[in-house]
Design a protein around this ligand. Structure first.
Ligand SMILES: Cc1cc2nc3c(=O)[nH]c(=O)nc-3n(C[C@H](O)[C@H](O)[C@H](O)COP(=O)(O)OP(=O)(O)OC[C@H]3O[C@@H](n4cnc5c(N)ncnc54)[C@H](O)[C@@H]3O)c2cc1C
Length: 407
């Protein structure tokens, strides 16, 4: 039961990740009262990816933020190179994309989220509440009417005409709303750790592939964020073999790391990220819409989950902002977001499932040093590199900001 002291707003967004922060920013920009609730106290954590895609950079340009955004420290990746059994191959070339920026910007995700937070605060209808962990939904007659959140000052009930669940893969919102999840299975997990960067390291290559195994290095200026793919549930077995065995598995893929691999001298320095691919059957119910990883958990394969989450945010704002400014939205209006975004999600997830079944399994599947057929095609037919560039850089059905700033 609500009390006069409980805050009330037009829209609550649960989760301040890429989907939640962009949705909050766009709705506030359009003049909608919006509160973004993030459970952590800040954005300074090792997120699962630092990629800002060409389509996202187009969105930043449409919002008039691009020049300022690109002043933040970042690296520009104009092509994606992989090392396959020791052979360097360019797999994606962004130079021909029909976008303003023909590169992926690598930037720590906390810088991106802080940037959105800073600009969101310019709008009087934007509120960001950190240390607000949503623990339950509030219902009235089967309709979602708000959330209950744990805060440093105790529990708060926040009432809203619409709750947008952007609280990621382990979302409270879809669980409490009993939305059915379809699991597609991912046979891998990822070990996530840091290693120093040194002068003279080879030019950036995102992935080192060797017969089903994959090591990813994200350049974070003075260190590499390292992702090492392992078979799902395989960490205990890896621990049994000990750190030296893990070191040599990593160095086998990227020998230049040999002179610093000893930095990983404690299992505490190695985090396990579990990989899931799933999708909600229905992304909404009365009073609630789920977007981003909450609606569709993405594997790291292709590094496209952040882009998809941001595209969901743009589509949500395009379809709902003008209506929300005037009144609560109906369930069929919420369903329009799923209609628009489900197809691109299906396409990308199908590709990820294919990659997991046939290319990156975390298990060794051979021992010769030949270049496999698929990367060989990129060497023989360079024009093929535009296909992954489109898929990664733009994604199917890229979204454009289609709503004016409130005056
Ligand atoms: C190992 C790994 C590596 C990846 N690498 C990449 C990559 O390089 N590039 C890429 O594009 N994608 C990558 N992805 C996928 C990408 O991380 C996700 O698709 C993307 O982060 C989804 O964004 P989101 O905003 O929907 O969810 P999230 O980024 O998960 O954000 C959810 C937010 O909600 C907050 N939250 C959660 N629960 C609550 C709660 N109860 N109350 C309040 N707040 C809450 C969280 O703290 C978080 O800030 C990777 C995924 C994995 C598993």
């Amino acid at each position: 039961m609500s009390t006069p002291l409980d805050p009330r707003t037009r829209c609550v967004v649960t989760g301040g990740g890429p989907a939640g922060m962009m949705t909050g920013y766009l709705l506030a920009r359009a003049g909608v009262d919006v509160m973004v609730l993030e459970k952590h106290a800040d954005f300074f954590r090792d997120f699962r990816g630092d990629t800002i895609h060409p389509s996202t950079l187009d969105i930043m340009s449409e919002l008039g933020l691009l020049d300022e955004f690109l002043k933040l420290p970042h690296q520009e990746l104009r092509e994606i190179r992989g090392i396959f059994n020791g052979h360097p191959v360019t797999m994606a070339d962004f130079s021909k994309l029909p976008t303003r920026c023909k590169f992926i910007a690598f930037m720590p995700q906390w810088d991106f989220l802080n940037f959105l937070a800073k600009h969101g605060k310019r709008f009087p209808t934007f509120t960001l509440c950190l240390q607000h962990e949503v623990v339950d939904l509030l219902f009235e007659n089967e309709r979602v009417v708000g959330v209950r959140a744990k805060t440093p000052d105790g529990e708060r009930q926040i009432y809203a005409d619409l709750v947008i669940g952007a609280d990621g893969r382990h979302a409270v919102t879809h669980a409490r709303a009993n939305l059915e999840v379809q699991e597609f299975g991912a046979p891998i997990d990822v070990l996530w750790m840091r290693l120093a960067k040194r002068a003279g390291d080879p030019p950036q290559s995102l992935g080192f592939f060797h017969h089903g195994k994959l090591l990813v290095l994200l350049d974070r200026g003075d260190y590499f964020q390292v992702g090492f793919v392992i078979p799902k549930g395989g960490l205990d077995e890896i621990k049994e073999h000990g750190l030296p065995a893990l070191h040599s598995n990593i160095v086998a893929l990227a020998p230049f790391l040999n002179n610093r691999i000893a930095e990983l001298d404690d299992w505490e320095k190695i985090k396990l990220l579990t990989v899931q691919i799933n999708r909600l059957k229905k992304w909404c119910r009365d009073g609630l819409l789920c977007i981003g990883d909450n609606a569709h958990a993405m594997s790291p394969a292709g590094g496209v989950g952040i882009n998809l989450a941001l595209q969901d945010a743009v589509a949500t704002a395009n379809l709902l902002a003008a209506k929300l400014k005037e009144r609560p939205v109906t369930i069929s209006e919420l369903g329009e977001v799923q209609k628009r975004r489900e197809w691109p999600t299906r396409v990308i997830q199908s590709m990820q499932v294919f990659i997991h079944r046939h290319a990156v399994t975390g298990r060794s599947s051979g021992n010769d040093d030949k270049l496999p057929l698929l990367p060989r095609l990129f060497v023989w037919f360079p024009f093929l590199r535009t296909l992954p560039a489109r898929m990664i850089g733009l994604g199917p059905r890229p979204e454009h900001v289609n709503l004016p700033e409130a005056t």
